[in-house]
Design a protein. Structure first.
Length: 726
């Protein structure tokens, strides 16, 4: 007969229940300001629904009506320096944060609303309508609300997508030596997604000052929380991760406020993350102005029961009961808020001259200029001005030889020495003498606290890096142990990091370096052998560098670390152990952005290649007979940085092109490049652009099959011979 021992999680799990006595003791200024916020946000949201109903909000408008209590109660406990982000349903959190920022002492509901309040509401409404005077010039709209100055670091349309980014913000707060915190708001649906769960773990492991604020409104679109999880008490998740957790009635803004104060005391004391689950309810369906019951996934009775506990009515009731505000004053607040919204709306919309009476349109001057569509996808590169530039033949410090992987760790060491902002993270980067390949050798000893071994959670730690980059105080260098793991972190890499600058208006720097190991030929098989260049090149926002020599690695890494854009630095394991030209002097030079290197001059064909394939192409060019190949090592691969001048000059001479890469044709880099070349240089081409690629399948583990799947010198040789015979 076994003995049963009850085990309890180490982290506490508490429900905060407010009593009448708490309401009696609450600071009148807190209650009046919460009331003003609630009324402003509710009125704002009603106005958004009105505009949406008239087709004046392009795309969804996820209303927060009914669940304002969670945001208002919690944000009244924050300072301007604390940061918040949220998800698709984020108007209420954003508004509460920016209102708090412009009126940090609170808003008096008895007074006229200030110009500052009017201004932030106007800019918020403009953003939601997709208009130029919005915070992101209408690029972000309803689901991407960001005003960094106010600590509103960006809402997000990917469920759970903002959670790792908030962890980055929390990390930056702590690393900067402050007691500021980050709060990430998300729903009962988002609590089940990997990025959220991974971030629970990472934040707890690293004791980050991050509050996971779950707005449990009981539905994810039409799916209710009981059918989506085995434990619908969502704050139960926290203790399993070692996170102190609170549950509170979110329809009661004071209860939320008091629970949040407890959570904040825990966070500011450096005791690790906190989770607050606020039980709330959205009165309407997922989107638009119809109640959920109209779509039959819930009943009118259920909706009425929640409406009976309306957060505004609750606060108002206590204000009146305590004689702080009388009914007339409260009604006047509501009337003033309605008038304010009508006034703000009048700045953005007008009667449609071609429409029936009552039909409105967006004022034409309020739209962004269509020419703005592509502005600010990447930085202008002003930040590289004044950088020391060098090429191997112009470098003054002398060029010797070194092992490639030593250049990798040496340049990072040098940069971390000169730039305190740099922080390196990834799996095992802090152990094994510099990670699994020695690429981070010596760093942890030299820079303790700045070389962070992460738990295996690519979404969480890549996103955390993204959050640090967006914060701006530090420069994250994230290592992906194998390039294939980019699919695991795909949301953070492509939806978040790559799109953030543009989506939030085109000016937000995202200085993140992603070191990604390309491990073709190592026998690690189908899931560890990809070349990610093609995927990055066809995704927005990223710059891509592909060094083929130690000298270039140093210069490209320096440029990447100086750049305000996300840059993926591809590192091919075939190169790690090779010896090549390397600087003998300083490690401070950059390679010029967008400059390719002609590695071999030739007359008959231009071979465009990169990374390890450069060496195989050069080998083939030496072996072939009857074809004089010019081999160009592209080095900068992305659309914005590729060197069309060097490519064009070569094509005008040879009139033939081969794009050579090792990986399969499917996700290949050469596809888009060949397409560009045939249009740009059609008049100079004597033959279609030829491509050398691997086979269709991802490489297998069997050495023979792997060799067959990956292209190398033999495949380039065959392509050159074909040119020679033509
Ligand atoms: C990763 C992802 N999956 C699905 C969606 C589509 N979607 C948008 S909101 C939503 C429901 C989210 O529910 P919850 O997290 O509870 O937030 P709520 O809408 O209730 O505020 C879904 C499925 C999405 N945007 N992102
Ligand atoms: Mg929900």
């Amino acid at each position: 007969m076994t003995e049963q021992r009850r085990l309890d999680p180490a982290a506490p799990w508490t429900e905060v229940v407010v009593t009448e006595a708490d309401w009696d003791e609450a600071d009148p200024d807190l209650l009046t300001s919460m009331f003003a916020h609630l009324v402003l946000i509710r009125t704002f949201e009603e106005y958004v629904l009105e505009l949406a109903g008239q087709g004046l909000v392009h795309g969804p408008a996820h209303s927060s009506i009914g669940q304002e209590g969670g945001a208002v109660g919690s944000i009244h406990a924050l300072t301007s320096a604390d940061t918040v982000n949220g998800s698709h349903r984020g108007h209420h959190q954003f508004l509460a944060k920016v209102l708090r920022h412009v009126e940090p002492e609170g808003i008096d509901p008895r007074q006229p609303f200030s110009e500052r309040v009017r201004d932030v509401l106007l800019r918020s409404l403009a953003e939601i309508c997709g208009l130029d005077r919005g915070f992101s010039h209408g690029r972000g709209g309803s689901m991407h609300l960001k005003w960094t100055e106010a600590g509103a670091i960006g809402t997000n349309a990917i469920v759970g997508g903002g959670v790792p980014l908030a962890a980055g913000s929390a990390w930056a707060h702590r690393h900067a030596g402050t007691d500021d915190v980050a709060v990430t708001y998300f729903g009962d649906g988002a609590v089940n997604i990997g990025s959220t769960l991974e971030t629970f773990n990472l934040a707890a492991a690293w004791r980050l000052p991050l509050c996971f604020f779950v707005e449990n409104n009981h539905y994810a679109v039409s799916t209710n929380v009981e059918e989506a999880t085995g434990e619908p008490r969502l704050s139960a998740r926290g203790p399993g991760f070692g996170i102190a957790s609170w549950r509170v009635d979110g329809m009661d803004p004071l209860a939320v406020h008091l629970a949040m104060e407890q959570a904040l005391a825990h966070l500011r004391a450096g005791r690790g993350p906190a989770l607050v689950e606020a039980d709330v309810y959205r009165y309407f369906h997922q989107n638009g102005g119809y109640p959920g019951s109209a779509f039959r996934y819930r009943t009118k009775e259920e909706e009425a029961a929640w409406r009976a506990r309306d957060p505004i009515a609750q606060v108002r009731g206590h204000l009146e009961r305590r004689g702080i505000l009388d009914a007339e004053e409260a009604d006047a607040t509501v009337a003033r808020a309605k008038a304010l919204l009508a006034d703000i709306g009048g700045c953005l919309v007008e009667p449609d001259p071609d429409g029936k009476p009552g039909v409105r349109r967006i004022k034409p001057d309020e739209w962004p200029d269509p020419a703005f569509a592509d502005v600010g996808i990447r930085s202008s590169l002003d930040e590289l001005e004044g950088a020391e530039l060098a090429e191997v033949d112009s470098y003054r410090g002398g060029v010797g030889e070194a092992k490639f992987v030593e250049a990798v760790s040496a340049v990072m060491c040098r940069r971390m020495e000169t730039d305190d902002r740099i922080v390196v993270m990834g799996e095992d980067v802090h152990r094994l003498g510099g990670g699994t390949n020695g690429a981070t050798k010596g760093l942890v000893e030299a820079f303790p606290g700045r070389v962070l071994g992460t738990p295996i959670s690519e979404n969480a730690f890549t996103g955390l890096g993204g959050g640090i980059a967006l914060d701006g105080r530090f420069r994250p260098v994230v290592e992906l142990m194998y390039a294939d793991f980019m699919w695991v972190a795909a949301d953070q890499i492509f939806n978040q990091i790559g799109k953030a600058r543009h989506m939030y208006g085109g000016t937000t720097p995202v200085p993140l370096v992603l070191r990604s190991k390309v491990a073709m030929g190592t026998g690690y098989g189908s899931q560890h052998s990809m070349d990610p260049a093609g995927v990055f090149a066809t995704s927005p926002g990223w710059r891509i560098v592909a060094p083929s020599t130690p000298f270039d690695y140093v210069g490209l890494m320096n440029a990447a670390l100086r750049c305000e854009d996300p840059v993926v630095v591809l590192e091919h394991v075939d190169l790690y152990t090779t010896v090549g030209p390397a600087p003998l002097g300083d490690l401070d030079y950059c390679l010029p952005v967008g400059r390719a290197a002609v590695r071999r001059s030739g007359e008959d064909v231009t071979v465009l290649t990169y990374l390890a394939m450069t060496h195989y192409a050069l080998e083939a060019a030496e072996r072939v007979e009857g074809c004089d190949a010019e081999v160009i090592d592209l080095r900068w691969l992305d659309r914005a940085s590729i060197d069309w001048d060097t490519i064009g000059e070569s094509i005008r001479k040879t009139n033939r092109v081969i794009v050579a890469e090792q990986g399969p044709p499917g996700t290949s880099y050469g596809g888009w490049l060949a397409d560009e070349i045939q249009r740009r240089f059609f008049d100079w081409l004597d033959a279609p652009v030829q491509r050398v690629t691997g086979r269709e399948a991802s490489p297998s583990i069997s050495k023979v099959l792997e060799g067959a799947a990956i292209a190398g010198a033999d495949e380039v040789l065959a392509a050159l011979e074909a040119v020679g015979e033509a």
